[in-house]
Design a protein around this ligand. Structure first.
Ligand code: SF4
Length: 284
């Protein structure tokens, strides 16, 4: 099976979505991405297939490292590409989740990625501005998205394309999936916004309404739908300080010690992880 680590390598972002869950309110200086020694230690630990196989009780044959944020492309260009290239050299399958707005300024990174995921909740200006999914009122319109997809595909024709859609109070009554399916993504994930940090989530009825409005386009094989319970404790997430962190508590995350300090085995034992939920997400 393939294990997937989501490394939220920075919390900095040029967007300011109101429901953003990647907020630690830490100064950028506490992020470890510029400390290459720590980064290398994390990569070495995460690459240990035997250790993680033992920890989850199932043979891991490949490891995907998904760079998330914040917006990972906010990192200094040379610094981020060095980490991605190193991960690729070490045998990781590499992927990136991005809001897409900075991709055109750093297309070189795409050569080292196996998959790029763009988070898109709406292509409508008013909705994007309402969410805060914009920078100085610049949002990803349909035309911009098409441009971004062209850049992605022309930079790496083998790359897999993914969309993440967060269903929140801002878009639960909209038809967005059909528009995104038109770009033939390899994967399209629908995530229900979780209540966190004072931001309320949506009701069951609102989520059901979204699913019913988008039903036809959701019936395809590339779609994964994640309701509240599917998301809780089912991801292996690493924070910008190099610690595992886990959701499940609406007020705060729980954390392990830094992986570069205590190693994979000890850090993993300090957080909860529901491997059954993880495996059912990827049909493993
Ligand atoms: S684009 Fe992503 S990381 Fe940035 S504010 Fe929005 S949800 Fe948070």
């Amino acid at each position: 099976m393939q294990i997937i680590y989501n490394w939220h390598i920075t919390e900095r972002c040029n967007y300011s979505c109101k429901y953003c869950f990647a907020k630690w309110n830490k100064a950028a200086e506490t992020e470890i991405y510029e400390d290459y020694e720590k980064v290398e230690k994390i990569l070495t630990n995460l690459s240990q297939k035997e250790t993680i196989s033992k920890l989850i009780g199932k043979e891991v044959t490949s490891v995907r490292l998904n760079f998330a944020g914040g917006e990972p492309l906010m990192l200094k260009k040379g610094v981020f590409s060095k980490i991605v290239i190193k991960a690729k050299e070490m045998g990781f399958v590499t992927s990136l989740i991005t809001n897409g707005s900075l991709l055109k300024s750093c297309p070189d990174i795409l050569k080292y990625l196996d998959m790029v995921g763009i988070s898109i909740d709406s292509l409508d200006e008013a909705v994007c501005l309402d969410i805060g999914r914009c920078s100085n009122k610049n949002y990803i319109s349909k035309e911009k998205l098409e441009n971004i997809i062209d850049t992605i595909k022309s930079s790496n024709h083998k790359i897999r394309l993914k969309f993440n859609v967060v269903v929140s109070k801002y878009n639960y009554n909209m038809n967005i999936v059909e528009q995104l399916q038109a770009y033939e993504p390899n994967r399209l994930k629908i995530l229900r916004q979780l209540p966190f940090n004072g931001e309320e989530g949506i009701t069951d009825a609102q989520f059901e309404l979204f699913l019913s409005i988008n039903r036809k386009s959701l019936e395809k094989e590339n779609v994964v739908i994640e309701n509240k319970n599917d998301i809780i404790q089912s991801y292996l997430m690493i924070d910008p300080q190099g610690r595992f962190f886990q959701n499940g508590n609406e007020k705060a995350y729980c954390y392990s010690d830094p992986i570069y300090d205590v190693g994979l085995e000890q850090a993993f034992s300090q957080i909860k992880f529901d491997k059954e939920k993880f495996m059912s997400r990827y049909n493993q």
